[in-house]
Each structure stands twice: as C-alpha cells, then as structure tokens.
Design a protein. Structure first.
Length: 477
C-alpha cells in the first residue's frame, strides 16, 4: 500500500492554516515527489504543483535531518532553484515527515518578514522540536486514515510468495482453521464471513496454500469496487467487439485466469444481481461464456466468497439471490470479531510487537496494564486496527516500554474496569456505548452526517450530541 500524504491533504491544510495563524509564520508541506500538498498564504495557490528542486529540500530527503536556511546560507541552499532570484523567503526550517523509516515528505516553517525571520532563527531549536511533533502527528493521522478507510483495490492478484500465518489462541478460531484446512481440497464453495479486519483475506490465502491447487493462481476480485457495468466482463471476459470501448482483441476474465486454482470473490454481497445470476449458472454448470461469445468454456475453479455483510438481510432486501446464497454457503467459515477473542488480543499484540520490533530493529516491550486496557477496548477495526496500533507505536517510540500514556485518548477514556462500581451492568454498557459511538462518529464531522447517524441509531440528534459531550468523543467540527 502506498503511503501518500495526499491521502490526508485536507487534514494537513486545515491543520497548518490554524498553526500558521498562531505562529505568525507560513507553512508548506511537500511530498517525496516534490509535489506541494498544502501551503498557507502565497503557497496556497501552488498546491498540486511540483516545486523547484533545491539542495535545501534534497538534503532533508537524503539525510532525514532538519535543515535551516537563512540569509547567510541562502546562496548555497537555494542557488539551484529556478526561483532563486525572485524568491522572497528570508528564512526556512524544514523537517522530514517519516513513515516506517521512509521519508514521505517535508514540512517547513517560512519567514517572509524581517521580524518573523528573527523569531524563527533565534528560536530554531524550539521550532525544530515543534516540527518534530507535527511530523509525528501527520504520520499517525496517515495511519488512522488507513484504519478508517480500508483501501479497496479494484482487483488484485494475491501474491502468494511467502507463507501466511493465521495466529490465534481462541478455540473457536482454531476449530475454524482446522475445518478450512480439511476442506481446502474440496471443490465446494467456501463462504468466509466476519467483520472488516478479522482476517478473511488471510484465511483465503491459508486455504489456497493448504490446498492441492496451491501451484495454481489465487485470483482475488473485489466485487464491491468494480463498476456495475464492468463486473461481468471482468469475471467472464469478452469476445472481440463485444461492446463499445472494449479491447478489440477481446479479453479473458478472472474465471479463466484462475483456472485450476482458486477464485476469491471478496465482498460478494455487493455483486450486482445480473452478475449473481451468471455466477449461479457457472456454479451449477462449471462452464462460462464470455460476454458476446457463444461457446461454453469448461473451467475448473474452486470458489471462495467473503463478505462482512449479513447476506440473509440482503436476501430479505432482495439485493442477494437466495438460491445463490445456498450455492456459496456450502462450507461456511465465520471469523469472530476480535473483541470476542480476549486471548487473541494478547497473543496478537505480542506477535505484532515482535514483528515490528524486528522490522524496525527495536526492543520495545509492553506492560500488563496496557494489555489489560487493550483487552477492554472493542477494536472496531479488528486485527487490522490492532496491527496498525503496534506499527504506529514501534515507529514513534525509540525504546523502552509501551505504557498507558501511549494509548490514544479515544482508547483510553475507558473507565477503570477493576473497581466494583465500574463493574456494574450500567457502567459496562456505557463503556460499550462510548466505544461504539467513537468508532461510528470519528469520521462524521458535519451536522448533516450526525443527523443521519442519529436517524440510523434511532435516537434524536440532541441525544446524540449529549452523548458526544458526555463521552468527550469529538474534538473537531
Ligand atoms: N489471525 C491473524 N494473524 C495474523 N495476522 C492477521 C490475522 N488476522 C488478520 N491479520 C492481519 O490483519 C490485517 C487485516 O486482515 P484481512 O485483510 O485479512 O482482513 P479482512 O477480514 O479481509 O478485512 P476486510 O473486510 O476489510 O477486507 C492484515 O494485515 C492481516 O495480515
Ligand atoms: Mg478483505
């Protein structure tokens, strides 16, 4: 996955707008392609442009260290810049933005007046410390954006070079893994269900690598990410001249690509009804017809479907064919959410901490109090959120122990569970309510969004606002 500051450009812009006013300085952020992602005042009109190459910025990218430019050093830092003569920057402090040990951008504080130049240069150490905090904050915001919006890749061929592991100490999950492996050679369709981030992709890979089809491809199709008018041609291919805009030579579809292997139909609940009808026919007859073609092509493909939706509900809403449901539900594998697998929270925490310690050459440890807090959190993003949490912490911590202060407020505002009073049903329900609302509300800033959410939850808008205030759920908007 590419980590681009562009993913959070709106956040960066609104953030630097505010701090520029407080600091009475200008601020700009460029990414590692030297594209200006955000900027205040005169730089706000240059967002999206590639900046001129300067030694000043290049030094930051190559050394990973902050850089300071003032009148004295201006010539050596900026002579290679095409704008050198017309530029009116009097001083600049630039700081790298790091993610996973990669430098993904640079943020800089700029003085255009004599007065702000004096302030900047005389207090350079404090400003560098300040930039360090902002740069960490931007990296963590980038991480949050990944947790919140699982990126949908249109269609990806799962690379199967390294062996994947499905880590679990939970007896239900262990049984599930056993069933998955035992049935891996069966040609019957498998339906993997579970909330987002529970490991459905991982399980599909485990089935593939345990099956007698492992030497053949595992082809993954995200049914929710392909436009409705393209999904049938993506799956079944098309003959030359089948429709306007199609490749003249025709194209083979994913079913044919997956021949002798496994086709993983991810987010199957989002498949349009017409494609569902064709899929049903394929499952019954084990042949496909390309769009615009007449021949039946025999295929030998094991199908694994996955969804985080309730297909029974979709059937009631007439969005999913009941007969298809029974066809794909032959081997059902349900992965329970992480909040129901307290032992796994500990095991996976240790696993991810080891993994990232190794990756970043660190020796960070975790204390038991933190593990207890992690076990009480509801993990709306499941294992993906837990993994990202440890990736983030191992990035920002240099050494030592993860303690309570490392847990972000949104996870930490959980009252202590150990006291008698907090163990009452009422207080436990409040904890659950605050965490659920936290996960629902964290991207719902607009008044309209809150109105819709209140409607969905069946509560009034004013009681939603009351709960937001009570649980201190939102700082913005
Ligand atoms: N039991 C597990 N052991 C090790 N890693 C896991 C496990 N479960 C999930 N992960 C990791 O968590 C992340 C999310 O898993 P995955 O993509 O399989 O979830 P998903 O259920 O397919 O999510 P979505 O519904 O959003 O597609 C991945 O990085 C995966 O490697
Ligand atoms: Mg998935």
């Amino acid at each position: 996955m590419t980590m681009s500051l562009k993913n959070i450009e709106n956040f960066i812009q609104s953030y630097i707008n505010t701090i520029a006013i407080v600091l009475k300085l200008d601020i700009t952020v460029v990414d590692n392609n030297l594209v200006r992602i955000a900027g205040t005042n005169r730089y706000s009109t240059e967002i999206g442009n590639t900046i001129h190459k300067t030694k000043f910025y290049q030094d930051v990218f190559s050394s990973g260290l902050p850089n300071i430019m003032c009148k004295k050093t201006r010539f050596s830092a900026c002579y290679s810049c095409a704008r050198y003569r017309s530029c009116s920057e009097l001083a600049d402090i630039a700081y790298p933005i790091k993610y996973n040990n990669d430098i993904i951008g640079v943020i800089s504080l700029i003085a255009f007046t004599e007065e702000s130049k004096e302030t900047l240069i005389n207090n350079d150490k404090s400003y560098i410390d300040f930039l360090k905090c902002i740069s960490t904050l931007l990296a963590s915001q980038l991480l949050v954006s990944i947790v919140k919006i699982p990126l949908k890749s249109n269609l990806s061929q799962i690379q199967n070079k390294s062996k994947v592991e499905f880590i679990s100490a939970d007896s239900r999950v262990k049984k599930l893994l056993e069933t998955a492996k035992q049935t891996a050679n069966s040609d019957s369709t498998t339906l993997i269900t579970g909330e987002s981030g529970t490991g459905k992709d991982v399980l599909a890979k485990i089935i593939h690598q345990s099956s007698n089809r492992s030497a053949h491809p595992l082809i993954s199709v995200n049914c929710g990410a392909i436009p409705e008018n393209l999904i049938e041609s993506e799956l079944f291919g098309y003959e030359r001249g089948a429709f306007t805009g199609a490749n003249r030579e025709g194209s083979i579809g994913k079913f044919e690509l997956a021949n002798n292997g496994i086709l993983f139909l991810d987010e199957v609940g989002e498949m349009p009804l017409t494609a569902q009808t064709r899929l049903l026919r394929v499952l019954q007859e084990k042949t496909i017809q390309r769009i615009g073609g007449k021949d039946d092509i025999a295929i030998n493909v094991k199908i694994i479907c996955a969804t985080n939706q309730n297909l029974q509900h979709l059937i009631q809403e007439k969005k999913f064919r009941e007969d298809l449901y029974y066809r794909i539900h032959v081997i059902p594998l349900h992965i329970p959410p992480l909040r129901e697998r307290k032992n796994d929270i500990q095991l996976l925490s240790e696993h991810f901490l080891n993994h990232f310690n190794h990756k970043f050459s660190k020796e960070i440890i975790i204390n038991n109090n933190v593990l207890d807090i992690l076990k009480t959190y509801l993990w709306p993003g499941n294992v993906r959120e837990l993994k990202n949490f440890f990736e983030y912490l191992t990035n920002i911590k240099m050494s030592g122990e993860i303690d309570e202060s490392d847990i972000p407020p949104s996870m930490r505002h959980i009252p202590e569970m150990k006291t008698e009073s907090s163990r009452s049903l009422k207080s436990m329900l409040k904890i659950q309510e605050s965490q659920l609302l936290h996960s629902l509300i964290s991207t719902t800033y607009s008044a309209n969004g809150k109105k819709q959410l209140a409607n969905q939850l069946g509560i009034s808008v004013s009681s939603l606002y009351r709960k937001i205030a009570e649980y201190k759920l939102q700082q913005r908007g």
